[in-house]
Design a protein around this ligand. Sequence first.
Ligand code: NAD
Ligand code: UDP
Length: 458
Amino acid sequence: MQNNAMTSFARQPWFLPVAVLIVIILWLQLSPSTGGKGGDGVGLGDSISHEQVKSLITSEIRSALIDTAKSTSTDGTKFPPVKVLPDSQRLRILVTGGSGFVGSHLVDRLMMQGHHVIVLDNMFTGRKKNIAQWVGHPNFQLIIHDVVERIMLEVDQIYHLACPASPPHYQYNPIKTIKTSTEGTLNMLGLAKRSKARMLLTSTSEVYGDPEVHPQKETYWGNVNPIGPRACYDEGKRVAETMMYAYESQAAVEVRVARIFNTFGPRMHPNDGRVVSNFIIQALQGKDITIYGNGKQTRSFQYVDDLVEGLMRLMNGNYSLPVNLGNPEEYTVKVRDCPFLCFFLFRRHTDAHSPLSFSLPFPPLARNPQDFAVLIKELTKSNSTIQMLPATKDDPRQRRPDITTAKSKLGWEPRVPVRVGLAKAISYFAKELEESGEIVPTGSDPTKPNQKKQLGGF
Ligand code: NAD
Ligand code: UDP
């Protein structure tokens, strides 16, 4: 009986159009993405604003949906968790050199903050493994590209890091290093001008050259040899700074300039030949710790997380003149000589270059600046001996940042003690060693990244 009534109902000529209409209305009611929502005046065919869509979904449901969408890639790989930002706050941020050591840590922070990050890198010293955690994420894009070539993108901020930072690597192809800092920076400034993006340049303490002023303030103009082996990097960065301020005054580009002092941490290139990577991998493998020159030269080392914090504060703050970012804790490179009497006062370390020289044990009675080689030997519990090698040309004799500007203008100062940072760097290099079996330290000669053969006096 009931079946008969339904069948005759369905046979009515108006049944099909009415049924189709009901289905369409129900579908529009239930589907936020097509703009369906009841009672707000949005009709069939009307476009719906982003605000209207957002008001349909409670914030909890929205977070859950977006988080789920972004924490898993199509192949099921888990991504690190990212914050969910409304469109109005999510910036498109370009990081040139983003697969390098510093760049990849910066990318991590920006991604976790919920921004859309584009990495532009020619992979000269960058490594895909540094950014592998983001590949496939909807907020992340990797473009293999050389900054020396023009590129058209639409972005809100540019962190311009692209440039090799280690002396053997930037000296490998000095002409290319100059082009990267000059043509590359010009291209990025053009992009910043066209897309009205704010741009931050990672300059360097090398703009102070072999400084005659100590510690170095931003107002110091430097002492650079314009034709020496470091000039391709030093002068490249100096003219890059000049370009930044020319574009600021002539084309109203918003610019920021960070003068970065020696930075270390996980993801440093194991073959970059720098003092931190070399000493750690030498000490971990029981190889000689190589010291260039008399070792009395000083450096100040900051942990990479502190640097990234400083770069982000600088980018997002109002201060547009150059700012030193570094840790003022100063070290001499070499194990300090100790008079014979020290033997009776301190534990003896092997120090091959002089029978009457002993390294100070840790902690020494008075140590300012401290000895970097001793610190690395102590932290790695290594028995490596010290090998003295010829000095490299134009090696700056002293370097320590005055960070008054960063403190007062950015409210920034380093937070990670050097020893704590070094412990993290040591476990990173230990893992790299485990994976590759052996790492041959890179010498002071110009070297192509990833070149395996030994160079420079080993
Ligand atoms: P890095 O060598 O690890 O990273 C540089 C990145 O830039 C790499 O990924 C490399 O492939 C890329 N790159 C180089 N030339 C390029 C080009 N022409 N086009 C596109 N990509 C290119 O070095 P880092 O230590 O991460 O340094 C990053 C930035 O910070 C550099 O600008 C460097 O001058 C500056 N800086 C670093 C230190 C430090 O101690 N690490 C100190 C002072 C300044
Ligand atoms: N250095 C050294 N042995 C090494 C590598 C570097 O004595 O195996 C010295 C180098 O001569 C310089 C200092 O350590 O005085 C820092 O060198 P690095 O290449 O790390 O950076 P720089 O500050 O010179 O760019």
